[in-house]
Design a protein. Sequence first.
Length: 146
Amino acid sequence: MVNPVTKSWIIYCRSDEALNPKGCRFGPSEIYNVVEKLPEILDCLCVPQYGKNMDERVILFLKIRDGYSFNQDLVSRVKKTIERDCSYQHVPEVVLEVKDIPYNFSGKRTEVIVKKIINNLPHNIETVRNPECLQCYYDVPELKGF
């Protein structure tokens, strides 16, 4: 919309869930744009996890394309690609494989619900079109004790 007085643009939209590890603020789409170019990656989801002192780390969940496997070599390549194409501050602290990524009914990744699940916060799964996939985000051993 154009402001009738100032003639400036006012943009109304929905933004990605912001990440802010160690004071570096960025959106998950910056990670998606880089990671989804890798042939092994079918889909991904990037969310914050909060520690006991409310410090934040980035968790990247990867859905691997058929014919490829999740391993430490892939994790290293994903991290190096993010560092090269974004910055070292964008590199997720934890990278994990998942079987599926949750989406809402309008076709958008549902970062907020996964963020709530991994941070043990109340959440509502009614907005998720594939709620069965949420089971893989509960009680993830690699996310315990942060």
